[in-house]
Design a protein around this ligand. Structure first.
Ligand SMILES: Cc1cc2nc3c(=O)[nH]c(=O)nc-3n(C[C@H](O)[C@H](O)[C@H](O)COP(=O)(O)OP(=O)(O)OC[C@H]3O[C@@H](n4cnc5c(N)ncnc54)[C@H](O)[C@@H]3O)c2cc1C
Length: 390
């Protein structure tokens, strides 16, 4: 049995030139300037609004590291480069924070374009979207709390029509569709609707995937209860497993409003539940398909090893590993090189609209203990290796 290793930086960065690696090194070092990370996105947004000529600079630096382009067409080059190493891309239209009907309609059209791209090109093995990209946060919240007024009920029906339309487009085109997980106070209605979609569309195979955030204390029980329902009703489940992205926000709200913190007490318990969930999905693989969305080496190894030990074919379509573009290339490329299914979220959209996403990446990469240490040390290791190999 061959054990996968994530240490091979030659494999990890084969698609990057020396100049690109040096630029990435510079960028990750910039993330150490806390003030820049904290205020950079707001200042950039302000500068863009004033018409300052900074778009080119942003596009050549942080945008290039973490995004594929401003349009699907512009993503083609990055996606081709990944595909040359056997890594797929998941087009992620990352326009956030605008809550008007015109934007929701535009987002709907764009999500459907990503589904068509996935239907026609092997390099796009999934499509993805966020429910709050097609409807007001407030409506998801009220629906989750059962406090919809009559007018809100109409808005919810309108959102459902869009959601069904997206799912049907994916099904008609035989495209796997991931639905991202969001804040706990809007997730109940999302879970309910996606469960309905899974029951309707995941009859013979899995095309619709919900997302489980394993930093939540209740998700392992939820996973098990849905497995029981799916078994009883005779349909299949698709789950993207993640740890969860809104920890601080969740804790602050729980404290403000005086309800129990929905998040695990510490990182160890999140890790424990994440690994338990992946094992549970693996053990129920006759009806559960899994997309493991993580930059965690231990968890990625756990699934890779389980597949190896249980003689599951490495390219079995029920198992995918996923990372974000511009991060953890050592995991993505070493897994793909060993024969596993791997895809990277490839965010795209107008520069001004993806600034919140870029801000989060900068923040996530700004702590020495966290991701930046990992990314930087891998880049430095590869640059050194190339120097001695010359
Ligand atoms: C392909 C992909 C898709 C994603 N989709 C979503 C999505 O739909 N919804 C979403 O919310 N997030 C999503 N994420 C982000 C994800 O939830 C994590 O925030 C991010 O990936 C970091 O977790 P990790 O497993 O990669 O790495 P690790 O570095 O091992 O874990 C970091 C994570 O552990 C948890 N954690 C850290 N400290 C503590 C603590 N003290 N107590 C409890 N838990 C703690 C947090 O969730 C933190 O993000 C996605 C990530 C990827 C790679």
């Amino acid at each position: 049995m061959t054990k996968v290793s994530f240490d091979n930086t030659e494999v990890a960065f084969k698609h990057k030139t020396d100049a690109e690696l040096k630029q990435a090194k510079w960028l990750f070092s910039v993330f150490n300037y806390k003030a820049l990370v904290r205020f950079g996105p707001d200042l950039t947004s302000f500068g863009l609004k004033l018409g300052l000529p900074i778009k080119g600079l942003v596009k050549k630096t942080i945008f290039k590291q973490f995004c594929g382009g401003e349009t699907i067409e512009e993503c083609n080059q990055a996606a081709e480069e990944l595909m040359n190493s056997g890594v797929g891309s998941i087009l992620d239209y990352s326009v956030e924070g605008v809550e008007d009907e015109a934007t929701f309609s535009e987002n709907l059209k764009e999500i459907k374009r990503t589904i068509i791209a996935a239907a026609t090109e092997d390099k796009y093995p999934f499509a993805v979207f966020k429910c709050t990209g097609i409807g007001k946060f407030d409506i998801f919240q009220k629906a989750s709390e059962n406090t919809l007024s009559q007018a809100d009920q109409i808005s919810l029906e309108n959102i459902k029509t869009k959601l069904y339309d997206i799912a049907q487009t994916a099904v008609d085109n035989n495209v796997r569709l991931l639905i991202d997980a969001e804040e706990t106070w809007i997730q109940p209605i999302i879970d309910e609707l996606v469960m309905e979609l899974m029951e309707k569309h995941n009859q013979d195979k899995v095309l619709i995937y919900n997302t489980l955030q394993m930093y939540r204390v209740d998700r392992l029980d939820y996973l098990n209860s849905t497995i029981a329902i799916a078994r009883q009703k005779g349909f299949q489940l698709g789950y993207k497993l993640v740890r969860g992205a809104y920890m601080e926000k969740e804790r602050e709200r729980a404290e403000d409003k005086g309800y129990p913190d929905p998040i695990q007490p510490n990182k160890e318990s999140t890790d424990r539940d994440f690994n338990a969930a992946l094992t549970e999905c693996f053990n129920n693989r006759d009806i559960v398909a899994t997309c493991l969305g993580t930059h965690n080496e231990e968890s990625s190894k756990l699934l890779a090893d389980l597949m190896n030990t249980e003689n599951v074919s490495l390219n079995d379509s029920r198992f995918w590993f996923a990372q974000l573009y511009g991060m953890s290339d050592n995991i993505s490329f070493n897994l793909a090189n060993s024969g596993y299914n791997v895809a990277k979220y490839l965010p795209y959209g107008p520069v001004s609209a993806v600034l919140p996403y870029l801000g989060r990446r900068a923040q996530e990469n700004s702590s020495v203990a966290g991701q930046v240490g990992r990314e930087m040390s891998l880049i430095v290791k590869e640059l050194r290796r190339r120097k001695t190999a010359d």
